[in-house]
Structures are given as C-alpha cells and as structure tokens.
Design a protein around this ligand. Structure first.
Ligand SMILES: *Cc1c(COP(=O)(O)O)cnc(C)c1O
Length: 380
C-alpha cells in the first residue's frame, strides 16, 4: 500500500495460505537408495494416486531419470498418463495397472502400451483371447496372486485352474507374477513368512516370469523378500518404511502454513468450534490459513503440532475448514506475526508423525494433500 491506494495485484500464488514444497532431488535420492538396497533385484516405482499426491507429471520424469524402468499405477487412466509422460521423454519402461483388465478397459491396454495386472482367471481368458485374435503374438501382462491379503488377485484354487490350462498360459506374455504383503511394516509378524512361503511355491510353477513381492517395507525385510522386482511406493516420497526405527529415507515434502492473525488471550477462554480447548493463563494463539479442506485432517484437532524458530507449537482447538490454531506462547512476543510461515509437515514435524497424530498413516496424509496450496517443485 502506498498511502490509501492498494499496490498492484500480487502474484496470486504468493497469496496462498499453504505452501507445499516438493524436493525432487530427494525423490531421486530415495529411488536410488531403494534401488541400491534391493540390488541386484530390479526396482520399480509405484506412482498410483497421482504419485501419492505429489503430482505424477513431475514425479515420473524424475524417477525415470533416476533409473526406474517399471512403473505401477492403480487405475487405467493413471497408467495411460504415465505412459504418455514416458513416451514424451523417449524413455522405455513398462507401465502396469493394478486395477486389472476391467470390462471396457481392453482397448486402452491394447492401444496405449499399458500392461494390465490380471486379477482373476476370467481376465486371463479375456487377455489370451485378445492375444489370439491379434495375430501378433501374446500380449504382455502381469498376474496377481493373493497370498493372504484377500484383496486382489487369483486365489490358489483359481491359480490351479490356470496352471491346468497350458493353452491359456501359452497365449499370454506373462512378464511378472506378483503378490502383496499385508504386514511388511511389522518385521516380526508371522504373516510375512507365511506369504513368502506361499509365493515361493507359486513362482516355482511359473519360472519364466519375474517374481515381485516387496513393497517399500518389504525391501527392508531382507534379501529373501526381494525376488526379481521390488515395488516401492511410499518410501520414495519420504515416509518411513521401517516404523519404530530411524527413517532411512530423505524428506521430500515440506508443508508450511501462513499465519493470518495472532491474538493475545489474558483471561481464561476457549479456542475454536465446540470450545474444545481452554486457555487458562495468559497466552498467544496464531491462526494459520490451512484447514481440513486442504487435507490437514480434522482428526489432528488438539493433537497436531507446528514448528517455528526451533520450537514445537501445539495445535489447540479443532481444525476448521480453512483455519487451524496453534498455541505460540512458548515463543517470545512479536516473534511470529501475520504473513509468517510455520512448518506443518517437514524436517521437524514428519509425515509419519502427522499421520500418527491424525489417527492414520503418512500415506493418507500424502494422498490428501490439498489443491489450494502453492506448490513449489525443487528440481532434481
Ligand atoms: C501400493 C502398492 C505398492 C506400494 O506399496 P508401498 O507400501 O507404498 O511401498 C506395491 N504393490 C501394490 C500391489 C500396491 O497396491
């Protein structure tokens, strides 16, 4: 402002109340770290859900550059997008879609060089039939075996029926046989061993395909879980694949919230909706312009924390749609003012901590990251 005239319109991104910084160099470092940990096993990259919320169009080129040659998406549309990005780079890589050969998706898989992960015998039959009618040889696919998750994939009985059909198998270019661990983040859980045993028996009968079992945490269960292809997702983006132990990954995501107002409270009073928090002594509350509409979950109410100037600042009261309040009494007066930023996720308040405080996991914090943030990508 000059006198009583407003200044020119600011760059609107500078007016955002949340700033999300995504460190692509750390992402590349994480891919290389996981690939080294898995070696000599090959290392894919799981980029479902818009690369766990971080932006598929920025993430895929960085991972391809870092050496990823196999990508997994969840949905056909996601797979198509990954394929387009890789083609644009001139990168050769296989793109698999976990959702499988849904009715109506066949043409997309055939025309866009996206590979379906077959989840049942019917899908295997459909894909084999399409292969046969094409006269260009078997179409590529992966096969998902359910070894105990009871979520996606052929159960063992269905697998027997497939194995009893050599004609069917011969009509498929079965590149990967995969299964998924349900408790890889708990190294002591006997289900890991049980799934490993089932999967080992399965792949012994399909020896011409690459075998893939380990997600991020699975890579850290030891080399016997690596097989031929690892499939990390969340660790690429900085979550700890070894809960309870130090995080081996680099931090990729920093979320900062802008302070809109600071108020001193002298007499005992409550803060926020439902008056769930009472200020007793004199104190100061900072109101930050990030709320549950931004994926800063309401379940963080009275549980989360922010960080500024070396000090942890407790989240007090309920998280509302666009606003969250923090007790900044521990900082000197005037040390924070409107327009200043506080860390909501980052080096001091980790993704895993935020997930735990919210009663969920870092995965959900990532995939909920809001659309109103000013996103800053730090280049690899
Ligand atoms: C999501 C997913 C992964 C990646 O898991 P992370 O725990 O994020 O490493 C791997 N495989 C399958 C089948 C998945 O659904």
């Amino acid at each position: 402002m000059v006198g009583d005239r407003p200044g020119p319109l600011a760059d609107l991104s500078s007016l955002a109340c949340g700033r999300l910084t995504i460190n692509l160099a750390a992402l590349a470092d994480n891919y290389r770290l996981l690939a080294a940990k898995a070696a000599p096993t090959a290392c894919a990259a799981v980029v479902k859900a818009d690369a766990y919320g971080l932006g598929i169009d920025r993430v895929v080129p960085v991972l391809a550059q870092a050496g990823a040659r196999v990508f997994f998406a969840a949905l056909p549309e996601e797979g198509r997008k990954v394929r387009g990005l890789l083609d644009g780079l001139g990168a050769t890589a296989d793109v698999y879609v976990l959702a499988g050969l849904l009715p109506g998706s066949e043409t997309l898989y055939m025309n866009e060089s996206v590979i379906p992960v077959l989840n049942d015998l019917g899908q295997a039959e459909t894909w084999a039939n399409l292969s046969a009618h094409r006269n260009e040889g078997p179409l590529p696919c992966a096969l998902h075996i359910d070894s105990g998750m009871n979520r996606l994939g052929l159960d063992l009985e269905e697998l027997e029926r497939l194995l009893a059909r050599p004609d069917l198998l011969a009509a498929l270019d079965l590149r990967v046989v995969m299964s998924h661990l349900c408790s890889a983040d708990e190294p002591e859980n006997p289900l890991n061993q049980a799934q490993h045993a089932i999967f080992s028996k399965v792949i012994a009968r399909l020896p011409n395909s690459a075998a893939s079992l380990a997600n991020s945490s699975g890579i850290f269960l030891g080399a016997r879980y690596h097989f031929d292809l690892a499939r990390p997702g969340v660790a690429l983006y900085g979550c700890n694949p070894t809960p309870g132990r130090p995080n081996p990954m680099h931090q990729v995501v920093t979320l900062e919230g802008k302070i809109l107002q600071v108020r001193g409270i002298d007499a005992p009073q409550s803060v926020g909706y439902g008056a769930t928090y009472r200020v007793t002594g004199p104190g100061r509350i900072a109101t930050v312009g990030v709320g549950y509409a931004d994926g800063y979950l309401r379940s963080l109410s009275n549980k989360g924390r922010a960080f500024a100037q070396g000090v942890a600042l407790p989240l007090v009261g309920r998280v509302s749609m666009d606003l969250t309040t923090f007790d900044i009494s521990a900082l000197a007066d005037d040390s924070l003012k409107p327009g200043d930023w506080v860390e909501l996720i980052g080096a001091n308040v980790t993704l895993d901590e935020v997930g735990q405080a919210a009663g969920t996991i870092g995965y959900e914090i990532l995939t909920d990251l809001g659309r109103r943030y000013h996103r800053v990508y730090k280049d690899a």
